[in-house]
Design a protein around this ligand. Structure first.
Ligand code: 5RP
Ligand code: FE2
Length: 216
């Protein structure tokens, strides 16, 4: 069964406490929290105060996806806000290896996110150091976009790299995940599914989470 990580980006921020309660009582595994800086991506989402509140409202894993430049300036603050795992974009890091070591030294799981145009081969020299790859299946910045089909081949290629080297790295697929394409994404080799619009815009989010959880 896949790990299910609903993205709070598509939740109702006026009803955040109820949204967290719904996720707590659902089969969701992780809370996926999308942080955008208006520089790395053309959108601004939310930051520390929201994450602190969400942290207090759940004991589930807080999976923070940073779409920001210079993430090293804020890693400590995200740890303090309650992040359990922190993913930084390979395209935003000049010293990626150093960023990964920093995240691990703060006792968080370290993730690397890659954009749709970034080849998975660029992960080769850090794959042994990380816990998670956040594979973007849309261009980062907005929820509710269409899944880019080429991602399926990238997932399979990355899964082969991980398995061939007997590594313990999870592949999380982020963007445009639906009930219709989730099975193919898992079959391609993904371990975790992020779902924003599919969960929060559905008439029964709890049921939708269960459907994703039991897709394979
Ligand atoms: O990182 C993201 C956007 O940059 C979000 O996690 C992603 O878009 C999830 O939303 P949806 O499932 O609606 O595509
Ligand atoms: Fe995300």
């Amino acid at each position: 069964m896949p790990i299910i990580a609903p993205s709070l980006l598509s939740s109702n921020f006026l009803r955040l406490e109820e949204e967290c309660k719904m996720l707590n009582e659902s089969e969701a595994d992780w809370f996926h929290l999308d942080v955008m800086d208006g520089r790395f991506v053309p959108n601004i989402s939310f930051g520390f105060p929201i994450i602190e509140h969400i942290r207090k409202a759940t004991t589930k894993i807080c999976d923070v996806h940073l779409m920001i430049l210079e993430p090293e300036r804020y890693a400590e603050a995200f740890k303090a806000a309650g992040a359990d795992q922190l993913s930084v974009h390979i395209e935003a890091c000049v010293h990626l290896h150093r960023n990964i070591q920093q995240i691990k030294s703060l006792d968080m799981k370290a993730g690397v996110a890659i954009n749709p145009h970034t080849p998975v081969s660029l992960l080769q020299d850090v794959l042994g150091d990380i816990d998670l790859v956040c594979m973007m299946s849309v261009n980062p910045g907005f929820g509710g976009q269409k899944f880019i089909p080429r991602t399926l081949d990238k997932i399979t290629e990355l899964r082969r790299m991980i398995d061939d080297n007997k590594l313990n790295v999870l592949i999380e697929v982020d963007g445009g995940v639906t009930i219709e394409n989730a099975g193919a994404i898992i079959d391609a080799g993904a371990h975790a599914l992020v779902a924003g619009n599919t969960v929060f815009k559905s008439s029964d989010p709890t049921k939708t989470i269960s459907q994703l959880k039991h897709i394979r």
